[in-house]
Design a protein around this ligand. Structure first.
Ligand SMILES: *Cc1c(COP(=O)(O)O)cnc(C)c1O
Length: 358
């Protein structure tokens, strides 16, 4: 059956192999079969996160873990680093979780810089920071190495880092960076169906969570750790996601980590070049462009909705016409997940056609 191919930055296109794994028959979540399945994906997940810590699977979208991390780790006040739609929302989520929060707001398209975080942390008011490594709404990637240096100087401050659209796109070494929580939803860079997340928690953060009285239940880090010891989850998970993850980790192993990263960089390079060659500009500040997607500034003011309609009608594919307050003045092309360079070249050819048809 033909379907509309997704080149939007999430959910992204899911391969037939992944879908087949996702559709396997159910098994009991307290069965030996499930424990074997759970244990079988741990080494691959730990390799992906570059960590010795357990990697958990939560059957919630990323926001479940993003809210849960706040509940587990904020006792005093959280600094929410904001430079786009997703990171901006984290501030509201912290307030809704009943926490004190303060904004570190920069313009959309600008990265979050280490010095700006440090300036705030110097006050001693904060015990947690939220950061989105790759702001998907604006295609902007913040320099995590630089931010990790700041994190190392403030060991009592929990760094909660979202890598939803950058995990597996480039190396992210959880243990070396020294962050406290690393989390990602499944429907973006991992190219799995939506509805689940993967995350890891530092030893220091577990110790802090132990002292926290209102962690809640659904995303209680300690419940995840306890169940992990017997290769199980606190509640009945989306077992389909475990099968899909198993299949995806096999794909990653077969491709090779470095080849996967190189493929993403190549996809980004040709997409950025295409945009510039067509008289567009890139939305993010130079040097901070995402590798998993390209956010294009529509300086030619083309009717991007029309281009998308053309793409859909003629090639059964879609890109994204811009997110939130930058809808129409930007558009986004996703090249994360399983996309080959040939696929992206073909898509760019279709966009050429679409632009000519205006
Ligand atoms: C998509 C996205 C989210 C939100 O994910 P949900 O699956 O809707 O919970 C969070 N952070 C980033 C960077 C995203 O791209």
């Amino acid at each position: 059956m033909s379907h509309t191919k997704l080149f939007i930055p999430g959910p992204v296109e899911v391969s037939a192999k992944t879908m087949a794994a996702f559709s396997k028959p159910m098994i009991g979540h307290r069965s030996k079969d499930f424990q074997n399945l759970y244990a079988s994906i741990q080494p691959g997940l730990q390799k992906l996160f570059m960590t010795r810590q357990p990697v958990f699977v939560s059957t919630s979208s990323a926001w479940g873990v993003m809210e849960g991390a706040i509940r587990n780790l904020v006792a005093k006040k959280v600094l929410t680093c904001m430079n786009g739609a997703f990171s901006d929302k984290w501030y509201d989520v912290a307030l809704k979780a009943g926490k004190q929060a303060e904004k570190l707001q920069v313009e959309w398209g600008q990265p979050i810089r280490g010095a700006a975080i440090e300036e705030k942390l110097k006050t001693g008011e904060f015990d947690a920071v939220t950061l989105i490594h790759n702001e998907t709404s604006t295609g902007t990637m913040s320099p995590i190495e630089e931010i990790a240096e700041v994190a190392r100087r403030y060991p009592d401050v929990s760094f909660i880092v979202d890598v939803v659209s950058s995990l597996s796109v480039l190396p992210i070494d959880f243990d070396a960076l020294g962050f406290d929580v690393l989390l990602a939803g499944t429907q973006k860079a991992l190219a799995l169906p939506s509805g689940a997340s993967v995350f890891s928690v530092s030893e220091r953060a577990f110790a802090k969570a132990e002292k926290q009285k209102d962690r809640g239940y659904y995303i209680d880090f300690l419940e995840f750790r306890k169940n992990h010891e017997s290769s199980m989850t606190p509640t009945t998970p989306s077992i389909a996601h475990f099968y899909a993850l198993q299949s995806k980790l096999e794909d990653m192993e077969a491709e090779g980590v470095e080849a996967r990263h190189a493929r993403h960089l190549k996809n980004a390079t040709i997409t950025r070049a295409w945009a510039k060659n067509h008289g567009f500009e890139l939305f993010p500040d130079a040097g901070y462009e995402s590798i998993g997607l390209t956010c294009v500034r529509n300086v030619r003011n083309v009717d991007i909705a029309k281009v998308i309609s053309h793409l859909k009608a003629n090639h059964h594919a879609v890109i994204d016409g811009g997110y939130g307050k930058i809808k129409g003045t930007t558009f986004r092309i996703s090249h994360m997940g399983d996309e080959s360079t040939a696929n992206i070249e073909q898509l760019l050819g279709w966009l050429d056609e679409g632009l000519k048809s205006l």
